[in-house]
Write a new protein. Structure first.
Length: 105
C-alpha cells in the first residue's frame, strides 16, 4: 500500500557522494543557496520490505514509465518513497492503481 506524505516534517533525506550532497525536503526548509526542482508529490511504500525481495521498485516505476511520468525514488530501511511531479500526481496515482497498487491518502 502507498501512503501520501504531507507536511515538511514528513520527508527529509540527505545523500552525499564525491560529486554532490543531495537533500530531499520541503522547499520551506531547503538551504537558501540550494538548486531546487519541483514541486513533487511523494507516496510511501511502507514496509518493512525484505532486502532480498526483488522487483518492488520496478513494480512502482514501471507503470509510470509506461505513461511517460518522471519519477524520483528514495529508499529507506523500511520502505520506498516514490516522487512524481505535482502536476502529474493524479495521473500517476491512477496508473499505479491500474497496476494493482493501493493508495491510502
Amino acid at each position: 500500500m502507498l501512503t501520501a506524505l504531507v507536511a515538511s516534517a514528513s520527508l527529509m533525506s540527505v545523500t552525499r557522494t564525491d560529486q554532490e550532497i543531495s537533500i530531499v525536503c520541503d522547499v520551506i526548509v531547503a538551504p537558501s543557496a540550494a538548486e531546487l526542482d519541483g514541486p513533487w508529490r511523494a507516496l510511501y511504500a511502507a514496509g518493512p520490505i525484505p532486502f532480498g525481495l526483488t522487483g518492488v521498485v520496478a513494480s512502482l516505476v514501471g507503470p509510470l514509465a509506461e505513461i511517460g511520468c518522471p519519477v524520483f525514488v528514495v529508499s529507506t530501511f523500511d520502505g520506498d518513497i516514490l516522487m512524481t511531479p505535482s502536476d502529474r500526481h493524479a495521473e500517476a496515482s491512477t496508473a499505479l492503481e491500474d497496476a494493482g497498487h493501493t493508495i491510502d491518502a
